[in-house]
Design a protein around this ligand. Sequence first.
Ligand code: ATP
Length: 503
Amino acid sequence: PATSMEELVSLCKRRGFIFQGSEIYGGLQGFYDYGPLGVELKNNIKAAWWRSNVYERDDMEGLDASIIMHRQVLRHSGHEATFSDPMIDNRKNNKRYRLDHLVKDQKADVISKVAEAIGQSAENFPAVVAALNANPAQASQALKEAGVRDPFSGEVGDWTEPKPFNMMFKTTIGPVADDESYGYLRPETAQGIFTNFKNVVDSTSRRLPFGIAQIGKAFRNEITPRNFIFRVRELEQMEIEFFCTPGTDEEWHEHWLEKRLSWWEAQGVPRSKIEILDVPKEDLAHYSKRTYDLMYDYPTLGHEEIEGIANRSDYDLGSHTKNQSELGLVASVEENLDSIAKLTIPHPETNKPVVPFVIEPSAGVDRAMLAVLSEAFTKETLENGNERIVLKLKPHLAPIKVAVIPLARNKAELVDLARSIKSDLQKLGLGRILLEDSGNIGKAYRRHDEVGTPYCVTVDFDTVGKGEDASLTDTVTVRDRDTLAQERVKISELTAYLQAKLK
Ligand code: ATP
């Protein structure tokens, strides 16, 4: 695995996985563009998730809802009121920071002093942050007393009181910019699932338990985007809302925890690198009955959330439904006089309308990509003493499945045959097959090791009967990325050979 974020960032840029957004104008912080190989890897991760969660199950439907949503959706979901992070300003240089990031990044002794000043133990960092949030005046004082430094200037700051900063992107809809004509870019894909609950139930005749899966972009105006693609302002999520009968929710929660861990394992992210955080009651979001955060051990960053698996009780459908008071909701919800739909489904036993409970496994595609790249990243010293970097990606995730390489680029005979082999392999539907006719076989192998291409197929003079060994006519060399073994395979058997290997 990678030992630092730096080596990943460097590989991603060098080989065309990820670029800074709007780079030629100086870049835009918190936005990244996925390059020729990045788009393939990203698509492969999403396809693997969809296959496992939609196609391989019998209790799931898919959805692709719109990104811009009615303001009422984000109002009744609770986002307008609560989707915020604590922000604090340094009066000395007018820089703004996210309070918890600011404190977390201080030296240990400073953190201890902050904790002490706010009456908490530094051991329990979330409690320190909660106390700072709850007492803004004291928080400002505590940071000053502890000598909290500005990460930008390095000097002790003059800190304001923290205040909540709402992270939603608001946008005008239509040609008139009045008080009513705005919507939000969704901050999570989940809300599109809740607002389509009735549509999906009515059109598919689903009964409990069942889920709706969605992959798509979400937008969060993070105060301090950082750590490469770990914390961005435009992100992508893979989310499931799994609807079940109240009372069966805890069992389903465990089911999904298990399922998700085994999915990560199949993508090359082992359980041993993921800590399961059973989020303490006092740190739970107001809608959550219980949440497991999967904390992956990222290089340089340490354990940080890659996926959250929350038991959201009947909060979401209960918040978006009409006739709330008749439905015996468990969650405490704000009154909703705007919704025109009753979001219930027959109870499987009594047939009476019930608002189901929801289990939500929510994973970030960008954070998945970072973890997958990090696990695959390998530095090896070869027998001849040379070092090689190789991405040991699972074949189903590799951006390029096979590179077909003519040994010499100016020999039409080799190039034409390589092109026709490429075309045959492409028809198998395995993913991208690349004709690599840069002419330098050593460089081509190095490049394909670094981008994780599982197999390179080389067409040489023996292949076309112009080498020294006539028995090699109509065979090609297949090179294995991980073992470096090279095998001669008959062209007539090549598709079956690679199909079996890449299954
Ligand atoms: P954090 O505490 O790290 O800000 P969160 O608890 O706000 O994350 P959730 O709201 O649970 O995150 O979102 C679900 C998933 O979406 C996260 O597990 C993560 O993979 C992804 N995600 C959330 N925010 C971002 C972001 N700014 N950049 C990239 N991925 C994100």
